[in-house]
Each structure stands twice: as C-alpha cells, then as structure tokens.
Design a protein around this ligand. Structure first.
Ligand SMILES: Cc1cc2nc3c(=O)[nH]c(=O)nc-3n(C[C@H](O)[C@H](O)[C@H](O)COP(=O)(O)OP(=O)(O)OC[C@H]3O[C@@H](n4cnc5c(N)ncnc54)[C@H](O)[C@@H]3O)c2cc1C
Length: 290
C-alpha cells in the first residue's frame, strides 16, 4: 500500500510529489508521457527561468527533482480507479493501492466528432462501463476505441452484454481484443435512433443496431477516471473545492484537469495545495486509528 499515488507527471503532479515526499509519505507518480508540455517549444513565463526552456526539458528537470526527493515514477497508463477505504489503481501493467490519490491528468483534448453523439449522451451513449454497463444486461452494445483503455472497457462489458462490438472509427487497433469481440474499423458517419440511441451508420452506409455505445477513445481522461468513482465533474473537468478536495475523501485533483486557467504556474500551485490536503488527510486518518 502506497501513502499517495499521483496520476500524471506534468507540472501539477510533479509539484504535488515534492510536498508529499518531503512530508515523509511514500509517493508513486504514474504518468504516460510528458503531457501538454511535450508540445511546448519555448516556455518563458514561468518563475525562475533566466532563459526560455522547452516544455520537454522543464518536465525532465521536474522528474529528476521529484525522484531526488524520493518519489517513485512509473511510466504506465491508468485504466481504472476504485475506492473502498483505500484506492485501487489499475494500470495497463499492474494494480496498486494507495491511501490517497491525486489526479493530475491534464486537460482532455480528445473529442469524438460524430453526428448525433451529443444528442444521445445519457440516452444510450456512456463514458463509463463500470457505471452504466449494468443497464445493458443481455443487450447488444458497441465500444468506440482502439487501445488499452477500450480493451479495459470491453472486458468490463463482456460478462454483462449479449454481444460487444468494437468500433475503431478508422483507427488502427492498439491492443489485443478477445476473439469474441467483433471488430469494425470502418469510420462512423452518425448515430441514429429516436429518444434513445438505436444504432450506428458507417461511411459506407452499412448499419448495426445497438442498445448502448461506450466511448473509450485514447487514454482514460480525468473525467473518465472520476466517473468510475462517482466524483462530481463540471463537464470534462473534475469538481474540487478550494483545498483541491473532490467529493470522495482522500481523492484530490489539480492542474488542467480541474479547468480554469491552464498555465504551468497555476498547475504547480494547485498541485502544492492538493498535496498539502493529502498530507492532512493521511495524518488525520492515522490519528483516528492510533
Ligand atoms: C503547445 C502548448 C504550449 C504551452 N505553453 C505554455 C507556456 O508557455 N506557459 C504556460 O504556463 N503554460 C503553457 N501551456 C499550458 C501548460 O502546458 C499546462 O497548463 C500544464 O502542462 C498543465 O499541467 P498538468 O500537470 O495539469 O497537466 P499536463 O502537463 O498535461 O500533464 C498531464 C499528465 O497526466 C498524464 N496522464 C494523462 N492521462 C493519463 C492516464 N490515463 N494514465 C497515466 N497518466 C496519464 C500525462 O501522461 C501527463 O504526464 C502550454 C500548453 C500547450 C499544449
């Protein structure tokens, strides 16, 4: 059991780790890549920089700093979080447990532009297999996606639904899907139905009928992870109070994933606040037990 798991190794997550490590808490950071900063060629509006630096170099320095203070960094993709007294984090390669979790997965930049999708959200279109799968018992359903996150959602749904079809919407397959899953790679043109979604039409005018469609494109974004825990969201952002606490005890969020001003300085400050709240949470929990 880790004291704190931080999901994301961008400015918010790395800043949070500095405080949890220095407070003597065992800290694991799980990150998939360098996040938004990988695309930033030149940073010059962050404190302490004599000369501009690339986003890549800034993250690399932050990673070295966190490691020097004792943080463990795991390069992996988080697929699922569940909570019962403590948190269980399922990644592509392992399952870890922690007393407290800080989500710093950055802004969700993936958008699925398919005609009709917004009309059917909550009416057959879902973003969380573990939350909504139960409503599709013995029904034909589809999952849109092509990678490890889609595979995770497919595996949640297979025992419940009567069939699961994977729609890659033109993308290449990036995971090994079970052979019982029918795979369609043809791009989707639109969703159709009445009050509830009834099916999917493809660009070649073929159609399949389904009762439910689960969206699992790319990696699990903050709101996807939050929904699995019943965390309140504001659209694609996680809702937090001024101490970066979510509505789940021990779960905090910071940086671009909570919305607001998306800048390094803000993410770093929010990461610090979230970590101070996590430290307080763990110390109080131990006081109660002791
Ligand atoms: C092109 C560009 C230029 C920018 N220029 C500037 C600038 O000049 N100045 C400035 O202040 N800000 C700039 N920004 C904004 C800045 O990059 C962000 O505000 C900042 O990086 C947010 O930090 P964060 O830690 O919240 O998220 P991010 O830096 O996006 O980090 C998110 C982390 O979460 C990880 N992650 C996400 N999902 C998962 C998952 N399922 N499993 C495991 N890990 C996951 C990612 O791998 C990454 O490590 C720029 C952004 C862009 C895109």
């Amino acid at each position: 059991m880790k004291d704190v798991i931080i999901i994301g190794n961008g400015p918010a997550g790395l800043s949070a780790a500095l405080y949890t490590c220095r407070a003597g808490l065992s800290t694991t950071i799980i990150g998939l890549d360098n996040g938004a900063l990988e695309k930033a060629e030149r940073i010059e509006n962050y404190f302490g920089l004599t000369n501009p630096v690339s986003g890549h170099d800034l993250v690399a320095t932050g990673i070295e700093q966190a490691k020097r203070l004792g943080a463990e960094l795991i390069n992996d993709e988080v697929l699922d979080i569940s909570w019962m007294d403590s948190f269980t984090i399922t990644t592509k390669n392992t399952v870890l447990q922690a007393e407290s979790v800080i989500i710093t997965t950055g802004a969700s930049r993936k958008k699925l532009k398919i005609k009709g999708i917004e009309n059917y959200e909550g009416k057959g279109v879902s973003y969380c297999a573990v939350c909504d799968g139960f409503f599709y018992r013995q029904k034909h359903i589809a999952v849109i996606g092509s990678g490890e996150y889609a595979l995770h959602e497919v595996n949640e749904l297979l025992p419940i639904a009567s069939s699961v079809t994977l729609l890659t919407n033109g993308a290449e397959l990036n995971a090994d899907f079970p052979s019982v899953v029918k795979i369609i790679i043809t791009p989707i043109s639109e969703l159709y139905g009445g009050n509830m979604v009834e099916g999917i039409e493809f660009v070649d005018n073929s159609r399949i009928s389904v009762s439910g469609i689960f969206i699992a494109i790319g990696t699990a974004a903050a709101a996807d992870l939050a929904r699995k825990l019943g965390v309140e969201t504001n659209g694609s952002s996680i809702a937090v109070d001024e101490k970066m606490s979510t509505n789940i005890p021990g779960l905090f969020a910071a940086g671009d994933c909570i919305g607001g001003v998306m800048q390094i300085s803000v993410a770093v400050g929010e990461g610090a606040k979230a970590s101070l709240s996590a430290i307080e949470f763990i110390r109080n929990k131990r006081k109660d037990v002791g």
